[in-house]
Design a protein around this ligand. Structure first.
Ligand code: NAG
Ligand code: NAG
Ligand code: SF4
Length: 376
């Protein structure tokens, strides 16, 4: 802790004792206490060094160092992904997944990535999800609870101890825009001191909650937006994503058009490949036409049925590739195919479900693998 911080805390405590405006002052110097807590998330206040004794008293009576704890950490055998199982205040569990890119064999000829290691953290925003997407393990759990902003930020705190996190994607459990206030508050903290994440390195993934997309643009400009489209026409969309009924495709695309006009940033489109449901050539053409007016990156996600009760099958590699060819060749749309990583630990991002408290989920391969790959 720096001398400046110590002085700052002293002054704050002093002000608190004499005039009751401690909180605003405390927030200003909280970042030095915060920094310690980030390094030591399971610490007690007594362990924070060099604070005046009254500060400990106040911290103990009014604050908690953290409201969630790491229940377990599982590394994939290839060292690329790490899954954190996090226990929340109310005893529920969520997952956060760290994905490291520089070690990925082949991508940079087996050499470390230029610019050093970097990691993306996939964060959960709710326990369960009420959108009920038919291909999603989280959806099959139903909605259990919203995470508080603190619980969202603490996923980054916990993960930062293990890796230097450069990117955050809201693609874990839950629909982030259905927990809007906590989401915005959490992003404000992440973009402030001491994390200082650029909003450009934060991606919010949504099924397309129209009113929230409009709102987030004014509340949080410069974020990355990822839209889980998953189908090029409304009826297929409703079939696999019941929540889409409330958000007609045409209206959604108008909203995105407006969003892009204001943001001037590309939009990421997620498209899960379900055999003979949305992976036909005609669907690729429909999608190409739909997206032609946009600046987008399409991410094709091979479906992994593990963990869901659905009857869907994975599209064959050949069907995924020809889908990609049409989007690229005919419509000149940047299209990537998402790699699956960390399957051996069920360390996956997107459509997560937590099988707790039994031990099956660890090494049991019971979760969906759906790795966010947008920032490559
Ligand atoms: C979760 O958050 C949403 C949006 O803020 C709110 O409408 C809903 O009531 C919350 N649900 C619970 C169980 O707290
Ligand atoms: C889970 O694993 C731990 C350690 O391996 C063991 O102590 C515990 O009893 C297991 N729990 C269940 C429910 O199997
Ligand atoms: S895919 Fe996303 S929005 Fe749909 S049920 Fe799963 S977590 Fe919810």
């Amino acid at each position: 802790m720096s001398v400046l911080c110590r002085v700052c805390v002293c002054v704050c405590v002093y002000i608190y004792i004499y005039i009751y405006i401690f909180i605003p002052c405390f927030i200003i110097c909280l970042s030095c206490v915060f920094r310690y807590v980030i390094q030591n998330p399971n610490c007690e206040w007594e362990e924070v060094p060099s604070l005046p004794s009254t500060a400990y008293l106040l911290l103990r009576s009014k604050f908690k160092p953290s409201i969630s704890t790491i229940h377990s950490v599982v590394e994939s055998s290839d060292d690329v992904t790490t899954k954190l199982l996090i226990k929340l205040q109310n005893g529920a569990f969520v997952e956060a997944v760290i994905m490291r890119y520089d070690t990925r064999l082949g991508k940079y000829g087996g050499k470390p990535r230029p610019g050093g290691p970097r990691a993306t953290l996939c964060i959960s925003s709710q326990v369960g999800c009420k959108m009920g997407c038919k291909f999603c393990a989280t959806g099959s759990m139903g909605f259990k609870n919203n995470l508080s902003s603190g619980e969202i930020v603490e996923q980054l705190v916990h993960a930062s101890r293990l890796s230097h996190i450069r990117n955050v994607v809201f693609m874990g459990m839950g629909e982030p825009l259905n927990n809007y206030a906590a989401l915005i508050e959490a992003i404000r903290v992440m973009t402030g001191s001491p994390f200082q994440l650029s909003p450009k390195r934060i991606t919010v993934s949504t099924v397309g909650i129209i009113h929230a997309i409009k709102k987030i643009q004014s509340d949080m400009p410069n974020l990355n937006l990822a839209v889980s489209l998953h189908a090029p026409v409304q009826d297929i969309r409703c079939q696999i994503m019941p929540a889409a009924r409330a958000f007609p495709l045409e209206k959604l695309m108008d909203t995105l058009q407006e969003y892009q006009k204001n943001s001037q940033q590309k939009i990421f489109i997620e498209y899960i490949m379900l055999d003979r449901v949305n992976d036909e050539e005609q669907h690729a053409h429909q999608l190409g036409n739909l997206l032609e007016p946009f600046e987008v990156v399409v991410n094709l996600i091979p479906f992994n049925p593990i963990g869901t009760l659905s009857h869907f099958k994975t599209s064959s590699e050949q069907r995924v590739t020809s889908f990609q060819k049409i989007l690229r060749g005919t419509y000149d749309i940047r299209t990537t195919i998402r790699k699956q990583m960390g399957q051996d630990i069920s360390g996956a991002c997107g459509q997560l479900v937590v099988n707790m408290p039994d031990n099956r989920s660890i090494g049991g391969g019971s979760l969906i693998t759906d790795i966010e790959d947008l920032h490559l």
